[in-house]
Design a protein around this ligand. Structure first.
Ligand code: GLN
Length: 284
C-alpha cells in the first residue's frame, strides 16, 4: 500500500508538470477528500498507508486535475461569502469578485431586518441568492436560470443553508416570465466577449459552462437582454447590482441610461470596477 507521503510526492510532481501552481496544497486537498482524512491527520501521519482502492480513486482525480478540471469541481465545494456551497460541472464556480455585489447590496440596504424582495437573474450555483437571504433574514427571493442543472445545484445550496422556504427557483430567460416588483435585483450574467473565451485559463475555457461566460461578440449581449426586465421589475426605490467585466462600466452605463437607469460603480479587491449599481433615474 502506498503511504500518504508517497502519494503526495507523486501528485505534487504531476500537478506541477501540468502547470498548476498550488500543486502541493491541491494534492493535499484531493487526498483528504478521497480518504476522508483531516488535513491535521495527513500532516501528523504522513507515513500512514492509504488503502489501494482509495489510492486508485486519488490517482483518477489527479488525472482529471492534470486535464485542468477545476479543483472546485473535484472537491464538489467552494466557499462564497464564507458560506460553503456545492458546485458541480454545469454551474459557474463562485468567484471572490462576485462578493462585490453582496457588499454593494448591503450598502444600498443597510437595514438587515428589511423584508426585501430579491431577484437573482442567472442564479447559477445560487451563490448570490444564498448570501443575500442569509444576510437579510426577513427577505424572500426568486432565482432564475436558463439551465436546469444550475437550478438543481442552487436548490441544494439553498436547502443546505436552511433558506429554501424563502426562495423560489424558476427556469427561464432572465426576467421575461416575471411580474411584480423587486427591491433588489442582482445578476452575474455572462460577460466575456466571445473572441476572448478561448484565451481564458484552461479550467474556465474548457470546463466551466459556456452559457455562463459567453457574452456575445462584445460581451454585452446578456445586459441588452436583461436590462429591459430590470427596468420593468425594479420597485420604486429599488436597486440593481450587476456584475461586469473589466472596462464594461462605460458602455453598460450608457445602455442602462437608455432604460432610464442611473449607474454608480463599485470596485473589487483588485481595483477593477466590478459592479454597476443601478437606480431608476428621476424620470424613470
Ligand atoms: N469573472 C468570470 C471570468 O472571468 C466571468 C464570469 C461571467 O462571465 N459572469 O472567468
Amino acid at each position: 500500500m502506498p503511504t500518504a507521503a508517497s502519494l503526495l510526492r507523486e501528485a505534487t510532481r504531476r500537478l506541477r508538470a501540468a502547470g498548476i501552481e498550488a500543486a502541493r496544497a491541491e494534492a493535499r486537498l484531493l487526498l483528504c477528500r478521497v480518504t476522508g482524512w483531516s488535513r491535521e491527520r495527513l500532516l501528523a501521519e504522513p507515513e500512514a498507508a492509504v488503502p489501494e482502492p482509495e489510492a486508485a480513486r486519488f490517482r483518477a482525480r489527479l488525472a482529471e486535475r492534470e486535464a485542468r478540471t477545476p479543483i472546485a469541481y473535484l472537491l464538489g465545494e467552494r466557499e462564497f461569502w464564507s458560506l460553503p456551497l456545492v458546485v458541480r460541472p454545469g454551474v459557474l464556480i463562485p468567484r471572490p469578485e462576485t462578493e462585490t455585489l453582496v457588499q454593494a447590496a448591503l450598502e444600498a440596504f443597510p437595514e438587515r431586518a428589511a423584508a426585501l424582495r430579491l431577484l437573482d437573474l442567472g442564479t447559477g450555483s445560487g451563490c448570490l441568492l444564498v448570501a443575500l437571504l442569509h444576510e437579510y433574514p426577513a427577505a424572500i427571493g426568486v432565482g432564475v436560470d436558463r439551465s436546469p442543472e444550475a437550478l438543481a445545484v442552487a436548490a441544494v445550496n439553498l436547502a443546505r443553508h436552511g433558506l429554501g422556504a424563502r426562495a423560489l427557483l424558476l427556469c427561464g430567460d432572465w426576467g421575461r416570465a416575471l411580474e411584480g416588483r423587486f427591491d433588489l435585483i442582482v445578476a452575474n450574467p455572462p460577460y466575456v466577449a466571445r473572441g476572448e473565451l478561448a484565451g481564458l485559463e484552461p479550467e474556465v475555457a474548457r470546463h466551466e459552462p459556456r452559457i455562463a461566460l459567453d457574452g456575445g461578440p462584445d460581451g454585452l449581449e446578456a445586459y441588452r437582454a436583461l436590462l429591459p426586465d430590470v427596468a420593468r421589475l425594479l420597485a420604486p426605490g429599488g436597486v440593481a447590482c450587476l456584475e461586469i467585466g473589466r472596462g464594461q462600466e462605460g458602455p453598460l452605463a450608457a445602455l442602462a441610461a437608455g432604460h432610464r437607469l442611473a449607474a454608480s460603480q463599485r470596485t473589487d479587491l483588485a481595483g477593477i470596477v466590478r459592479c454597476l449599481v443601478l437606480r431608476r433615474g428621476s424620470l424613470g
